[in-house]
Design a protein around this ligand. Structure first.
Ligand SMILES: [Zn+2]
Length: 310
């Protein structure tokens, strides 16, 4: 009996450590990044500051403990979450309490007084691109005991499913960043559905888990983007602090300093920090996370953010 119990505990531990978080993603091409800055009507795509789209509020308010808090109990079967059919719509949120929500400006806010307010949410958009960069970013996240949402594009996942698996297997949560990285806000509902749901599918098929977060390309999802995201049980978000890494050029000097300055100048409790899978961001990350820690910030576990019921 002792052995059996130990085996079950061990399995549970493995599941918790390996599958608690689901996926990463990485950055967009420089073209994508540039266009992100050009589309400013939907929100603060420039990454300066707070997204203030007035139409967001209905989806942000009233969020409750959504249907993503399913606890994975596969220890009985010994199956990994990725193997389990039951895992379909849950993101292996094993026992992570939903202690935070996103406010109307996409900042992370505690649900209850007394919870730690001085937190930031780390996000990396537009991947997955390269194993070297992904590993470098996750090595640094691990060093700082941090989780980040990797918002991926479906077309990149299709090209490199192994990179999506890498992010997932290394315990980082994966978010949906649409299939093609196009501006969704003026597209038909059918097109938006395709852009969002095809990513839900390919991520599920590749990792066994379905994303619970959606970030529209260029921060411009529009009303339809919000609606379709919600219908798919996704928490819609843009960001509240832009690292501006997408505006940087390869031969630009002192990019680490610039990135740190960009983030710290906008930094506030609950900051939802937008970064990308870019070499200079990977390079700057250790310094950035160290700086944030020095300033007394903690890194919020994305899985502790509640997702409104669809
Ligand atoms: Zn993007």
């Amino acid at each position: 009996m002792g052995t059996k119990t130990a085996a079950i505990l061990l399995t549970a531990c493995l599941l918790l450590s390996a599958c608690t978080a689901a996926k990463p993603e990485s950055a967009a091409t420089s073209n994508n990044q540039t266009s992100a800055t050009s589309d400013t009507s939907d929100n603060t795509d420039k990454g300066q500051g707070v997204a203030s789209s007035p139409t967001n509020s209905s989806e942000q308010a009233g969020s409750n403990h959504g249907n993503y808090s399913t606890v994975q109990t596969s220890p009985q079967t010994g199956k990994t979450v990725a193997d389990s059919n039951e895992a379909t719509n849950s993101t292996a949120t094993a026992n992570v309490n939903k202690t935070y929500h996103l406010d109307n400006a996409y900042n992370v806010a505690p649900n209850q007084q007394g919870a730690e307010k001085k937190v930031v949410l780390l996000t990396f958009d537009d991947g997955p691109k390269e194993a070297i960069m992904i590993n470098k970013i996750i090595d640094i996240l691990d060093k700082h005991k941090a989780k980040a949402i990797f918002f991926v594009n479906g077309y990149r996942v299709k090209e490199h499913p192994e990179l999506l698996k890498l992010i997932h297997d290394r315990g980082q949560p994966i978010g949906n960043h649409s299939w093609d990285h196009i501006v969704l806000k003026n597209k038909s509902e059918a097109e938006v559905k395709k852009q969002i749901e095809s990513v839900q599918k390919i991520v599920k098929n590749t990792t066994g888990q379905t994303p619970m977060f959606f970030r529209p390309p260029h921060g411009a999802g529009g009303h339809v983007g919000r609606k379709v995201a919600k219908e798919n049980g996704l928490l819609y978000m843009t960001w509240s602090v832009g690292s501006l890494d997408w505006t940087m050029k390869k031969n630009q000097p002192n990019k680490t300093d610039a990135l740190l300055k960009n983030v710290t100048e906008q930094l506030h409790p609950g900051s939802n920090i937008l970064m990308h899978e870019l070499p200079w961001t990977a390079e700057a990350l250790d310094s950035l996370l160290t700086r944030l820690e020095q300033k007394g910030y903690q890194f919020v576990d994305p899985q502790s953010i509640e997702v409104p019921a669809s």
